[in-house]
Design a binder for this molecule. Sequence first.
Ligand SMILES: [Zn+2]
Ligand SMILES: [Zn+2]
Length: 349
Amino acid sequence: MAEHRCAVWDQDASLSIESRETTLPGPDEVQVQVHSVGICGSDLHFFRGDFRAAEGLVPGHEISGTISAVGGKVRHVKEGDAVGIEPLLRCGTCASCLVGSYNVCADKGFIGIARDGGMAEYACVPGICAFKTPGDLAGELVTLAEPLACSVHAFNKASLRTGQTVFILGAGSIGLTGVVAAKAMGANVVLQARHPHQQELGRLLGADEVLGEDDASKQRVRELVRLRAVDVALETVGGAGSTLVQAQTVLRPKGKLVVLGTFTGAQAPIHALHLGQNEIEIVGSLAYCADGAKVDYRTAMEIIGDAREQIGAMVTHRFPLEQANAAFETALDKTSRSVKVLIQPVGAS
Ligand SMILES: [Zn+2]
Ligand SMILES: [Zn+2]
């Protein structure tokens, strides 16, 4: 029986490289030869030890690759197809799943957290999660469909329309994919980014205005408020800070505040008086699903297919599988100027 290499969580929240038996996919599964897998903020929580990783589990949910085997019941993809993996596990039969809202399935889970993920030469995943890429799109850019789908979903939930103005708080990989998604939907984009390399990338990805934390930027924010210019504010920072207040107060009356950042506490401040007096709407957004006009993940792949040159700039670092720990360190280290760090198992063994 053939074996393949994979990265697995060990006891002390770092990764070990192991050889494991390469199993064939079950009837409803596909086997993917992994080209690239992105490191996400959620993976870093496990690496830092904020959340406890399941020992022996293979992480990785931002997966691109080629179908290397299909289970007997899988019809929509075949061996040799380039695919991206939409990593949401779902029951498929509950009331939420039946209307395409599988991001809130009572049994939802993520590939790479609830079952083995993509930091491996081969991964078996449910066939329903495998999406054939559009046109000739393949390789590392496909990993960006997962974070981009989060932004696509967020703007769908906010009913973003052509010509509206979006203010994005935070320029990590979700904030930056927010720029790409909003531009693809025909919006004007104002990005607030802390670090110079994020500001540069924001401009490259098409943001119409990029603000920092200097006085001129603060002045411009006050002006946007006075002009009642911002229709939708996207909060991507999360944590425990007061960014929701910042995001809500930049909005015009009746504007929409989309909460996409991961908040670590149960509560975060909101300016309640301002909220009521301006009829601000708060929109929660989780991952992606298929309850809009189209599957969010597929929309994200199509956007990448159309904007591959710009969006490719988000990939700042690449590591072979054997250097998985170094890849995580780089993603964690703010001085590395990393945005999206990829692990590329191809040829790593
Ligand atoms: Zn992710
Ligand atoms: Zn369900």
